[in-house]
Design a protein around this ligand. Structure first.
Ligand SMILES: Cc1cc2nc3c(=O)[nH]c(=O)nc-3n(C[C@H](O)[C@H](O)[C@H](O)COP(=O)(O)OP(=O)(O)OC[C@H]3O[C@@H](n4cnc5c(N)ncnc54)[C@H](O)[C@@H]3O)c2cc1C
Ligand SMILES: Cc1cc2nc3c(=O)[nH]c(=O)nc-3n(C[C@H](O)[C@H](O)[C@H](O)COP(=O)(O)O)c2cc1C
Length: 645
């Protein structure tokens, strides 16, 4: 296949022939049973991913020790009772022609549950980056027990039929804690310089090797660079890697970053280009002669092919792309790469939902992900006439899903193009991919048979005349006008007008409202050359969390631009000469403001609701038409409405 020749080449590791160079990297799902065993929903999730055609698929973090799990339901291999479930994962992979590994994991100190219960342990009693509490320092007996548990778990995986195992030495978990001088201050043989701190990893490798025998491939996932203040660099780590190969590693999976790395770089946000970390894989390749897996924001198999052709890596992992659209490889092979919906790296449904909200995996733009068992695949019993009103993410998803299930669907959009507010989101810096998503989703809905009526504002009369059987109201939201005196002045505009380029900026800008839209507008102003900007937010803390990767990047650029964030302040009045704010009961005039941009939120645009209710027409209200929220809610509600018809 032209452009995929290198990616589709088989690769041999020991006696294992992996059919191509595409890797499904380990991704925790929270879809397991509560005791850490394989659930039906995990199998269904996994099978949908494996159908991508990836040659090498690696199961998510799999706990080697009862006290080594991030949370009680983490996939487990610390007891024989888990073998039957794990065997089912193997059967799924083999049924689709993939070779399968599982990722052996010990969390060390990075578990809030273990830290709270006093059971967390680590190389030294140094607080976790994320949770702020310290584990207890491991004794030599603890170390021996954990080393042994890695071997025992590996043996169970081999018994379950796995083709290989991966040892998780990356991302700030126990092995990485030993490697890092930030978390390992031991003065015994497991501490010291990096070579000495690597001893634990080497013992784990040797233990696993002893347990699985010489012929069984072992992958070692490493953060080649820790990417944190005081952490180890690639210059320090790369020379040590041949030692790991000597100790038993047959593949080096070249990841990067830890939980403490600012901006969640391990699952990098949209600011990072596909393949941005390939220099790390290449450096590993220079010092070892075993296969190296490269990873980081890959969405396009042709780009991955180029990386392999260039010698950056031998295999390429596609993580979140497998969540956004697992058909990316098949589409490329079948000459339809343009049909692939590319991952937006928003992390909304995946890593941040799991880590920040403690919820199961989803994908903001793929309503099937994490819902595989409930995702309808057969046509609806009766094909109905469905009107979808509004062509934003909620309406587009509802229309596609309804048409896919055999309904006769017309989507009405009053604008000249589909996308709704995402067309504004896409104008913010780094977010052009959001527009591509809308274009591809629109084309997908068209292919599924949706009729589009653009430039058409639906009125009650139209609904009465058209007589649809079901209406999906996805009319989104419009800006709410806050009660601020002077809001009608000529130098005041709304976020939509600003980001649409309708207002020429000059001088000092004041943004009212520091939610995502306010921060995006500030970022847009920065890109347009604005050097003087104040953002006033009513809440005492920024609503845009720095713990979220894109949020972190927005705050970072805001700070670097020299902009000022005023928290806990309410704008009361705007005059041609200044803006009156109230901070903790005190009033203060901000002067010299040339442009005010209002970004104080939206109100649902659901004026058709009363009519639909009155006439008893079956309808569903979805997305921001219910309440202004995010893309993930719009997509999920749009899909669920369609599935319920
Ligand atoms: C600048 C900006 C940046 C954003 N960034 C993000 C982000 O990074 N992540 C995120 O999750 N969310 C983001 N959002 C919010 C996100 O865009 C919305 O939550 C999402 O678009 C809501 O989708 P929706 O389909 O419900 O509504 P909308 O996107 O508002 O779409 C509704 C559509 O209905 C049409 N319509 C309304 N009435 C009628 C009618 N009577 N007849 C026909 N058509 C009608 C409208 O023209 C519109 O196209 C951002 C929003 C903005 C403004
Ligand atoms: C939801 C989610 C869960 C993850 N869980 C794991 C894991 O269990 N083990 C691991 O080594 N990496 C994990 N990662 C990191 C991914 O394997 C991958 O390295 C990262 O997402 C970067 O690849 P991408 O840019 O292609 O998504 C996870 C990432 C996500 C998004």
């Amino acid at each position: 296949m032209k452009g995929l020749e290198h990616l589709l080449q088989p690769i041999k590791v020991k006696n294992l022939t992996i059919p191509n160079r595409v890797v499904l990297p380990p991704m925790g799902t929270v879809l397991t049973n509560s005791d850490g065993s394989v659930s039906e929903r995990l199998l269904a999730f996994f099978e949908r991913r494996v159908k991508s055609g990836a040659g090498f698929v690696i199961n998510e973090i799999t706990s080697v020790h009862p006290k080594g799990s991030s949370f009680p339901g983490e996939l487990a291999a610390f007891d024989d009772r888990y073998i039957p479930g794990l065997r089912k994962m193997v059967e799924v992979a083999h049924r689709h022609g993939s070779k399968i590994a599982a990722q052996l994991h010990h969390v060390g100190r990075e578990s809030s549950i273990l830290l709270d219960s006093g059971e967390a342990m680590g190389p030294s009693a140094i607080p976790s980056y994320v949770y702020g509490k310290a584990p207890r320092e491991m004794t030599l007996d603890d170390i021996a027990e954990v080393v042994d548990s890695f071997g025992k778990a590996a043996a169970r995986l081999r018994e379950a039929g796995y083709d290989a195992v991966e040892i998780h030495g990356a991302h700030g978990y126990l092995l990485c804690q030993f490697l890092s001088a930030n978390s390992n201050k031991r003065t015994d043989e497991y501490g010291g310089d990096l070579r000495q701190r690597a001893r634990f990893v080497i013992e784990v490798l040797q233990s696993v090797r002893r347990a699985v025998g010489d012929d069984f491939p072992i992958s070692l996932r490493l953060s080649v660079e820790e990417m944190i203040k005081g952490g180890y660099t690639a210059d320090e780590m790369v020379p040590i890697i041949p030692e790991f190969v000597k100790a038993g590693a047959d593949i080096i999976h070249a990841s990067f970053g830890t939980h403490g790395t600012p901006g969640g770089l391990t699952s990098a946000p949209i600011e990072y280009e596909p393949g941005f970390a390939m220099h790390l894989a290449r450096r590993v390749k220079e010092v070892v002669d075993v296969p190296v897996i490269g990873v980081g924001r890959f969405t396009d198999p042709f780009v991955a092919n180029e990386c392999i052709a260039r010698g950056d890596a031998d295999m390429i992992a596609f993580g979140r792309q497998h969540l956004a659209d697992p058909d990316f490889l098949i589409n490329a092979i079948n000459g339809k790469p343009h049909e692939t919906i590319e991952c937006l790296a928003c992390n909304q449904g995946c890593i941040e939902r799991e880590m920040l909200e403690g919820r199961r995996i989803r994908c903001a733009i793929n309503p099937e992900t994490g819902m595989e068992l409930r995702y309808p695949t057969k046509p609806a019993e009766k094909s109905r006439v469905v009107w979808v009103i509004g062509g934003g993410p909620a309406g587009l998803t509802a229309a596609h899903e309804s048409a896919r299930l055999g309904h006769q669907v017309t989507l009405f959009e009053m604008d000249a193009q589909t996308g709704g507010q995402v067309n504004l989101a896409a104008k913010a810096p780094f977010k052009e991919a959001y527009r591509r998503w809308i274009e591809k989703l629109t084309a997908k809905a068209e292919r599924a048979g949706v009729t589009f009526r653009l430039n058409t504002r639906v009125t009650p009369e139209m609904i009465a005349g058209g007589n649809p059987e079901v209406v999906i109201l996805a009319t989104g939201a419009e800006e709410a006008v806050p009660p601020i005196t002077g809001i009608d002045l000529p130098h005041v505009c709304f976020a939509r007008q600003a980001i649409n380029g309708e207002v020429p900026f000059h001088g000092k800008v004041l943004v009212v409202g520091g939610g995502l839209v306010g921060m995006e507008v500030a970022d847009y102003c920065r890109e347009q050359g604005c050097t003087d900007l104040l953002l006033v937010e009513e809440m005492p803390e920024s609503p845009v969390s720095k713990a979220a990767s894109h949020g972190y990047m927005l705050h970072k650029r805001f700070r670097q631009a020299g902009y000022q964030l005023i928290l806990g302040a309410r704008v009361k009045e705007i005059t041609p000469d200044g803006v009156l704010i109230s901070v903790g009961g005190d009033e203060q005039w901000l002067t010299g403001i040339d442009q005010v941009i209002i970004a104080t939120g939206t109100k649902p645009r659901n004026e058709l609701k009363d009519f639909l209710e009155e006439k008893g027409i079956t309808h569903h209200i979805v997305g921001d038409a219910v309440q202004g929220r995010r893309i993930i809610e719009a997509v999920e509600e749009g899909a669920r409405a369609a599935w319920s018809i």
